[in-house]
Design a protein around this ligand. Structure first.
Ligand code: CS2
Ligand code: MG
Length: 408
């Protein structure tokens, strides 16, 4: 069996999805997602210019060897651009493998460990009242877990993932169009003084059963993170996410010495080498990598297995920048992983996305149910794709009151 060609498409409804389609001499094709949010043209160029010309002629069934060949062969290893490109190839090859076997991918991993995978939604409000309304609407829809972000009184701008106007349950996307980033302000003191009380009020209003998550988005120093974690302990959070910048694998030691609040980290990691110490030293409770830019199924499965040995559960990244293809790859991993924790969920189910990526993966009452179709179980409508073109975007940057650049 041989790969005959592969094409890269960039575009989608409100997002520049990077979709790879790998064709074979047996008529079967595989699909993969290389969407690196706000840097989409980079993995697309790596695929088009270097990887696809080498892929043609290879046997698509040898997904492990192909992964190793591109990873080791590049010499300059890792990084989000390269790992997103290898990840898309890897997803497409697993998709082909599943179609050849006539099985959904979770069967190739070892079968189902659960019926449905719990997901969490994003609730947000410009202030606490608006956030409460947003949480209430998700609870009414049947969600069992909700991430909560709200405006901080006196903060120079709204805060991470906080809308300027209230959006209810409309997914709020914190991206800004245009190549020049918008600038947001940040005040650690105001945030630290306000957030523990706000989280306690949410717990008091919604009772003990709701799983409450909060994302600090890398904005605290290790000592501050430890102080916040201690302060929010009575709230009983499901997790506190990215309390410190993720580059430093030792940063969470201090927090761990002072608090038992569950910690989730890893959405910006792109390899096992970014999180091996965190996992082996049991400094975290949830690992947040995404198949999209952590090297696809082959590499993320290795991270999941390492995590399982250290009581670390999965909480894969699922921001709206992931196309339904990588969300499907994660749905298959979620169905199988013995150490599944939760899945972040925003993208599946919007009509425009469904038209571009038809699938039978479904959401019901805050649970995601994986499709039984062979492979990833998601298709790609090329005619529909013609409606979309690339439009550049950038993440905001953050500055402190005196102008110092801070972490977005
Ligand atoms: C966020 C992301 O989903 C999350 O937890 O931290 O939305 C993040 O801001 C984006 O993925 C950045 O592209
Ligand atoms: Mg996050």
């Amino acid at each position: 069996m041989k790969i005959t060609d592969a094409q890269v498409f960039v575009g989608g409804p409100g997002k520049n999805y990077v979709t790879l389609k790998v064709m074979t001499d047996q008529g079967i094709y595989g699909l993969g997602d290389a969407t690196l949010n706000n840097h989409e043209t980079l993995p697309a160029a790596y695929l088009r210019d270097y990887l696809v010309p080498n892929l043609v002629g290879m046997d698509p069934r040898n997904s492990e060897d192909i992964w190793q060949l591109f990873y080791r062969g590049a010499y300059f290893r890792r990084g989000p651009v390269a790992m997103a490109a290898y990840g898309a190839i890897d997803m497409a090859l697993w998709d082909i493998k599943g179609k050849l076997a006539g099985m959904p991918l979770y069967q190739l991993f070892g079968g189902k460990s659960r019926d449905g995978a719990m997901v969490y939604a994003h609730a947000a409000g410009s202030d606490l009242d608006a956030l409460m309304d947003s949480v209430a609407s998700y609870v009414e829809q049947g969600f069992k877990a909700v991430r909560v972000q709200c405006g901080i009184p006196g903060m120079p701008s709204a805060g991470y993932a906080v809308p300027k106007d209230d959006v209810g349950t409309t997914p709020y996307i914190t991206d800004f169009s245009g190549i020049r980033p918008s600038v947001e302000g940040w005040d650690t003191g105001r945030y630290m003084r306000y957030m523990p009380g706000a989280l306690a009020e949410i717990r008091a209003r919604f009772g003990p059963d709701l799983k409450i998550l909060h994302d600090v988005h890398h904005r605290l120093l290790p000592r501050e993170a430890a102080e916040l974690a201690k302060a929010v302990e009575p709230v009983g959070l499901f997790w506190l996410e990215d309390p410190t910048p993720a580059e430093d694998q030792d940063a969470l030691k201090l927090l761990r010495q002072h608090s038992t609040v569950p910690i989730a980290i890893g959405e910006v990691f792109n390899s096992i080498w970014d999180c091996n110490k965190l996992i082996e030293n049991e400094l975290i409770d949830f690992i947040r990598v995404a198949v999209t830019y952590a090297g696809g199924i082959t590499h993320v499965k290795r991270i999941v297995d390492l995590a399982a040995m250290h009581h670390v559960r999965t909480g894969f990244h699922g921001a709206p920048s992931h196309s339904p293809l990588s969300m499907a790859a994660q749905a298959h991993l979620n169905a199988w992983a013995p150490n599944f924790g939760i899945q972040e969920y925003l993208v599946l189910g919007t009509p425009a996305c469904d038209a571009l990526f038809p699938s039978e993966h479904r959401m019901e009452n805050g649970m995601m149910y994986v499709s039984d179709a062979p492979g990833l179980g998601v298709d790609f409508d090329e005619t529909e794709a013609e409606r979309y073109t690339y439009s550049p975007g950038s993440h905001p940057i953050v500055r402190l009151e005196d102008g110092t650049v801070w972490n977005y």
